[in-house]
Design a protein around this ligand. Sequence first.
Ligand code: OAD
Length: 237
Amino acid sequence: MSIEQAKEWLAQAESVAVLIGAGVSAESGIPTFRDSGGLWRNFRPEDLATPQAFHRDPTLVWEWYEWRRNLVRNCRPNPAHEALAVLDAGKPRFLLITQNVDRLEERAGAKRIARLHGSIWDVRCTACSHSDIIYGPFEELPPRCGCGGILRPGVVWFGEALPRQQWDAAYRAATTAELFLVAGTSAVVYPAAGLVAAARDSGARVIEVNLEATGHTLAAHVALRGPAGVIFRELAA
Ligand code: OAD
């Protein structure tokens, strides 16, 4: 099955859901998690991305998040993000389901987004639950709320539940879409990874975009190999 088939299906579909992961932001210069050079090759998630790690050492966790925030602040959306924004504008029913926390989808112009893992720019007070979006660098770590409580990153850590509304919207979109695209994700983190099988079982045509085969490849009707920026640009052309 070829990219021509995928283009035809995409052109025909009125309802499209897209699940993306770190590979879609890779061409913007943001490291993935599990590829060579990926974040989890150099850092241990249990030291940095769990509620227990934050409780143990909030400054260490914040130093890592502040490093990532500084990195992402200097990155720009790439052609994959731009093609997804074009799809969003052109399809009557569309949802971009992202596991990424960089908000580059939004900066490219996408509007209908379900953020399963939160955002690196969001913060929430561990004392009073006040939440905010803070884009600039912090003067001191860990940053504090007006009430004096420690702020935490507004992301989903290992062992935490996904945001309910975002998940419900993602599941609804996956199980009602005519076409389901899955791009730049390794298919190992659940429940997000389960959306691919749910979409296929509900009758969607499934197209995978990735540099290599993943656990999603068998569920895909078409598997397109290559950088997401190149393939999405071609798909959306
Ligand atoms: P991974 O690092 O696990 O997987 C990235 C995938 O993108 C791999 O399958 C790569 O082959 C592919 N890839 C890399 N560069 C690409 C490119 N230019 N074009 C297309 N594909 C490319 O990242 P995720 O699957 O997003 O969770 O990881 C899922 C979750 O695990 C993350 O959201 C994060 C992490 O722990 C939390 O932090 C809760």
